[in-house]
Design a protein. Sequence first.
Length: 497
Amino acid sequence: MRLFRPSHAEPREIRLPVVCAAALLCLSVAGCVAGPNYHQPAAPTAPEWKEAEVPPPNPPNGAWKPAQPSDQAVRGKWWEVYGDPQLNALEEKVAVSNETLKAAMEQYLQAREQVRVARAAYYPTLSAGPSISRTRESYNQPNTVRGTTNYQYNTFALEGQASWMPDLWGRVRRTVESARASAQASAADVANVELSLQSELATDYFEMRGLDAQKQLLDNSVTAYESYLQLTQIRFKGGVATESDVALADTQLQTTKAQDIDVSVARAQFEHAVATLTGQPASMFNLGPEPLSGTPPMIPDGLPSQLLERRPDIAAAERRVDAANAQIGIAVSAYYPTVQLGGTGGFESRNAGTWLQGPSALWSLGGSAVELLFDAGQRHALTQQARDAYEQQVANYRQSVLNAFQEVEDNLSSLRILSQESQAQVLAVNAARRSLSISTNRYKGGVTTYLEVLTAQTAQLSNERTQADIMTRQYAASVQLIAALGGGWDRSQLPTL
C-alpha cells in the first residue's frame, strides 16, 4: 500500500505512515532470520599421536568432536628455538618485506571492507540536491489556456529523498554473517601464508647451511686427498708405489673437487630463494658459509584435539563453512516479500524569491511490498545450490583436518626415524674413520695397495656426507613439524569484525 499526503495536511494526517514506519522498524529489529543458525561441524581427531616417541596423555572421547581451545603450543617467534641470530633476522624480514604476504594482507583488507558494505544495508539511504530549470510548454498542447503568454517558466527545487528496506527476514543479517566469516577466513589465510613463508624460509636456510656442512667436508677431503697424492707420488718416485696408485690417488682428488664444486650449485639456489622470501633481489643478497651443526631442539606436539585450534588453514576452512551456512539464509529470504519505505521532502517554486518559503514546501511518504509469485523454481534451485555449497565447505573443512593430521604424523615419524638413523650413522662414521686409519697405516707399511686406502677414503667421505644430510633433514623435519602444528598460531587471533 502506498501512502501520500499533500504538504498542507494536518499533523494527524501523517500519523499513519509514521506509525507504519515505526512498526516496520520494530519488526526489522525483532523479526525472524531466514535459514539455519550456524553450528560448527564435528571434525576428526584422535586420542594420541601415533608416531610420537612419547605419546601424550589420552583425552576422553577422541573420535569425532568439536575443537577445544588450546594454549600449550609453541608461541610467538617459533624460529627462535633454534638459537640462530641470522635466521632470526631473516624471519623478521618476511613479515615486512615479502610481497606474497602483502598481497594476502590486501586480500584480507578487501574482505574486511566487504563487511562494512554489508552492514550499510541496515540503514536507509539519503540523498539531496538542488535543481534549477527553465521550461517552455507547447502552445498547442492539450490543456493549454488560449490567449495566455505564460507558457515559459523557471523551476527552482531543493529536494531530499530517503529510502529504506527493513530487514524483516534477516537477509541483511545473513549477508553480514557471511561477509564477516569470509573476512575471518581471509585473515586466517594471511596467517597461513605467513606461516608457510616462515617455514619455507627456515627450511631453505637449513638446507643451505647443510650444504655448507657438505662443502666443509669436501674441502677437508680435498686437502687430505692432496696430501695422499703427494705421499703416493713420493712413494712412486722411491719405487715403493706403482703408477696405478698415483693414478688412483689423482682420480680420487679430482672427483672430490668436482663434487665440491657441484655442491655450490644447490647452495646458490637456496641462497637465492632466501633472498626472494625476504623481499630482496637475489642479485644483491649474500650469506656467507656457516656449516650446520648439532641437532634440532625438541618440539612439543601437544594433543591431537588441540590441532584444530592451532592451524590457520583449518580455521580458514571452518570460517568458510560459516559463510556458506549464512548463504543458505540469504537464499531462503528470497521466498519472503520485499518491503521498502521511501520519502521525499523539500521546496519547489517557479520564483526564486519564494523558493524556500513555507508554501513552497512539499513532501511525500510511501511504502511498498512485493512478493514474487512465480519464478519457475529459481528460488528453490538457488536455495539447494546454497545447501550444496555448504556441504562442500564442510567436506573441505574435514579434509583440511585430515591433511593436518597426516602432516603432523609424517613429520613426527620423520624425526623419530631420523633420530634412530643418526645414531646408527654416527657409528658408521666412526667405523669408516677407523678403517681409513688402518688402511693408511697398512699402505705406508707396504702391506697393501692404494686401492684399499681409496676404498676406505670413499667410505669415510660417503658416511660423513650422509651424516650431514641426516642432520639437515632433521632440521627440516622439525621446521615442518612446527608448521604442521600451527607455528604458535591460535584461532583466538582471528579478528572479531
